[in-house]
Design a protein around this ligand. Structure first.
Ligand code: DHE
Length: 550
């Protein structure tokens, strides 16, 4: 992990996770032999698990390539055949990485794992079994039926200021009272939870893991509990609720959508019970070039509109933004907007009219006019933009939406106001030191500060710190080292409801924890740590997540 060039690939590198308890992800063939290559059934299973954990994020679940090249025995006409590279060639790539952004795996993967992967990658990829409506239904469990759930909170706590915190490697989500900082529950949610979203009424947390498992957490009982579970796919990153209430109907807490990496589809559920209602495949023509048909078209971010009964579903490999109308969830109608490849994460501008999403492999931000269902703009930014949901600030330059970058040291401020300069980068800010590695930024309408992490920067002094920028002057005002009693990388900031505290995770080191800063004074307020705080990643404040405050 030294000297690596940063790209989305490294995200996978630094999050090397054991997948032992995950369910079967691919069918394992009998003994496989291809020329001189021999690999047993057990090795094939182990190779599939290593590939799922460390490689699939960039090279695609079926090895057909994504932000990284394909890894097929006979090539795909664009990239070299793995058989032609042979064990020595593959080993060179795995051990040393590439200038294009593949990280060095030597020292991260064991010698035995590297040797196995040089054989695994030379034989045909395992066949992924189907995962369709019938399979999804088999995984559906209602643990507390709706009729048995409390109709009002059984406590006097302030649910709006509850935080759901992901303990990624433990496969758990902690619910913390943001007012008192007490741990209320630590719930087993499944393999490597990726994100949480909250119900439109601000009552439930929904988690989605990299194994596609959705867990629904109720905050009304004295001790928050899991009330339903279902699995949407083998591999997933996004989940979102319906957030529209207006003349077209009341959809608060009605439907839920989950996006699949593998299979490439989205599934709509009843948001109260998690009963699956429909599955829609996202494979299709790419937005550019020769109208290439893309089978593995993974669903990246999904965000709900507050002004229309619509989810914005961003399909990575095709570069298509789907606007999915959920008024008929068993037969959803979609408008597909061609944009740019490869779509990843994004969020709303301050008006909630425009959705801005990173096309990270093409170094662009795509702007979609959601109510009018059309592409508004495509903006060139820096190398590998990674906004998270972005951040909205207002100053003398106007209303600005911000993205950071994985591959370059800069934050880009995009003007979103109508008039001159709209949809252009009006300011770029350099963070301290060199190299990219910024994953997330965050602000709050009541704050004068914008916070930025450097999680994937190789320099310890940068990845264990966060930088604070004044939103009026856009000057860097302070870089804050995480407290010495913790050890790891600082990742992902979240404000409390009042907008006067910032919570930051410290993970991937010897001593993890959650660090809370006073947003006005920038002084440390509290460290939340203990045996139950295991590699925390994303933190989601109930009120801010429900209302898309960032
Ligand atoms: Fe994430 C958001 C995909 C690695 C923590 N991540 C997202 C979203 C996508 C995504 C598509 C947007 C979801 C949405 O808004 O609907 N992330 C991926 C990957 O494919 C990738 C690169 C590699 C992988 O195989 O998972 C990846 N992500 C990471 C990490 O290494 C992080 C730091 C820790 C982890 O979970 O392994 C990480 N991703 C997060 C977090 C968010 C996220 C905390 C939500 C940010 C928010 O504020 O909304």
């Amino acid at each position: 992990m030294k000297k690596v060039l940063f790209s989305m690939a490294i995200v996978v590198a630094v999050v090397a996770i054991s997948c032992k308890d995950s369910e079967k992800k691919s069918e394992v063939k009998e003994e496989i032999a291809s020329g001189d290559i021999k690999i047993s059934k057990e090795e094939m299973k182990r190779g599939s698990d290593i590939y799922f954990d460390k490689c699939a994020g960039c090279h695609g679940s079926t090895r057909k390539g994504a932000t990284g090249p394909s890894l097929l025995p006979d090539g795909d006409g664009k990239f070299a055949a793995t058989k032609a590279l042979g064990a020595a060639g593959l080993r060179a790539f795995i051990e040393n990485g590439t200038p294009a952004g593949m990280p060095e795996w030597k020292g991260v993967m064991s010698e035995e794992e590297i040797e196995l992967m040089t054989r695994f990658l030379q034989v045909d990829p395992p066949i992924t079994p189907p995962f369709e409506m019938a399979n999804i239904k088999e995984t559906w469990k209602v643990i507390v039926p709706v009729a048995d759930r409390p109709t009002k909170p059984e406590h006097n706590r302030n649910i709006d200021n509850f935080f759901g915190v992901i303990m990624r490697d433990a496969g758990k989500v902690a619910i913390i009272d943001g007012d008192t900082k007490e741990k209320l529950a630590v719930l087993k949610t499944g393999f490597a939870v990726h994100i949480l979203r909250t119900s439109a009424s601000g009552r439930y947390f929904y988690s989605i893991g990299r194994d596609g498992r959705i867990t629904m957490i109720d905050t009304y009982p004295k001790v928050p509990n899991i009330v339903a579970e279902v699995r949407a796919s083998f591999d997933a990153r996004s989940v979102e609720v319906s957030k529209y209430k207006g003349p077209k109907g009341d959809f608060y807490d009605k439907y839920l959508i989950a996006g699949g990496y593998n299979p490439s589809h989205f599934v709509i559920f009843d948001a109260q019970t998690l009963e699956p209602l429909s599955v829609t495949k996202t494979s299709g023509n790419a937005c550019d070039g020769e109208k290439e048909f893309v089978e593995e078209a993974r669903v990246a971010s999904i965000v709900a509109s507050h002004t229309d009964p619509i989810w914005v579903v961003n399909v990575k490999e095709t570069g298509m933004v789907w606007l999915v109308d959920y008024t008929d969830p068993r037969n959803p109608k979609s408008t597909q907007i061609p944009s740019a490849r490869f779509l990843h994460d994004g969020g709303w501008d301050a008006t909630g009219h425009y959705f801005l999403v990173a096309a990270n492999a093409s170094n662009k931000i795509v702007v979609v006019d959601v109510p009018n269902k059309k592409l508004e703009a495509i903006i060139e930014v820096g190398v590998k933009p990674h906004p998270g949901r972005g951040a909205n600030v207002k100053n003398k330059l106007g209303s600005l939406w911000v993205t950071g970058h994985l591959g370059e040291n800069k934050l880009s401020f995009i003007k979103t106001d109508k008039g001159e300069g709209q949809w252009t980068v009006v300011k770029e800010v350099k963070l301290p030191g060199n190299g990219g590695g910024n994953l997330f930024i965050k602000t709050h309408p009541k704050s004068k500060h914008l916070w930025a992490d450097r999680t994937l920067n190789p320099d310890k002094s940068l990845h264990s710190a966060v930088t604070v920028i004044d939103v009026n002057t856009l000057e860097v005002i302070k870089t804050i080292e995480m407290p010495k009693e913790l050890d790891g990388r600082a990742v992902h900031m979240e404000y409390n409801k009042a907008g006067d505290e910032v919570w930051i995770s410290v993970f991937m080191g010897e001593k993890s924890g959650i660090v809370i800063y006073d947003d006005k004074t920038l002084e440390l307020k509290q460290i939340i740590k203990g045996d139950w705080v295991e590699n925390p990643t994303g933190k989601f404040n109930m009120y801010n997540t429900t209302n898309d405050i960032y």
